[in-house]
Design a protein around this ligand. Structure first.
Ligand SMILES: CC(C)(COP(=O)(O)OP(=O)(O)OC[C@H]1O[C@@H](n2cnc3c(N)ncnc32)[C@H](O)[C@@H]1OP(=O)(O)O)[C@@H](O)C(=O)NCCC(=O)NCCS
Length: 187
């Protein structure tokens, strides 16, 4: 897999054209805006299922993206962003295990920009990530989701993931505990 590689073009439920592709260096500014939109949303909604807790700067985001592109080049992760109307509207990845016993196993993360949710983009991203991970040689993928996030759980189940466990009170935010549900798929 290469940075910027295009996987497919899809049409969202609202008719907008969306490109699913790997991230590339030219996405730096868009990635920064995307990350900070999520952090801002987390501040407003205590149940928001994203754990990134600090606004990023151009420097921290450039370091993150540089590391990510190197990881993609090494084959250590499958990256997938969604681009619509010239904007980065979704970001996701599956990161391969770091030790030899887990090279066949990946951990998945995904988010879609607020105004582009419920348009079918997240499910298409999930299905494409699963296909690309299989082609990359992965055999299993896991993810963690807030138990208070029924939309994400619905999308993951639609993509073939099954609930395999629950970690009580893993999340503590603003004085409140939230359970984590662990989900997995065999490819
Ligand atoms: C979770 C997320 C990635 C899904 O992406 P998306 O583009 O919104 O997903 P889709 O549009 O493909 O599908 C949404 C589905 O959830 C359903 N849905 C919406 N709200 C729901 C709710 N409260 N309960 C159950 N299902 C719900 C929609 O009806 C749709 O299902 P359908 O196509 O069968 O009708 C995205 O909503 C998101 O980024 N959310 C905020 C961040 C987050 O929670 N990330 C996941 C962290 S683990």
């Amino acid at each position: 897999m290469k940075a910027g590689q295009i996987y497919k073009q899809i049409t969202a439920k609202n008719g907008k054209h969306v490109t699913l592709r790997a991230v590339r260096w030219e996405d730096l500014d868009a990635c920064l805006e995307f990350a900070n939109r999520l952090v801002d949303e987390r501040e407003i909604d205590p149940d928001f299922g994203i754990i990134l807790d600090k606004r990023q700067t151009l420097e921290t985001e450039a370091e993150w993206l540089g590391d990510k592109l190197a990881s993609i080049e090494r084959g250590d992760q499958v990256s997938l962003v969604a681009e619509a109307e010239g904007r980065l509207v979704g970001n996701s990845e599956v990161i391969r295990g770091h030790v030899s016993d887990e090279f066949h196993h990946g951990k998945l993360g995904i988010s879609v920009l607020k105004e582009y949710r419920d348009q079918g983009i997240g499910l298409q991203m999930m299905k494409t990530l699963v296909d690309e991970s299989r082609m990359a040689g992965l055999k299993t993928i896991e993810l963690e989701v807030f138990a208070s996030n029924p939309r994400a759980i619905h999308v993951y189940e639609a993509a073939g993931f099954k609930q395999v466990g629950r970690i009580p009170k893993k999340i503590f935010r603003k004085g409140h505990f939230t359970d984590i549900i662990v989900m997995a798929i065999e490819l």
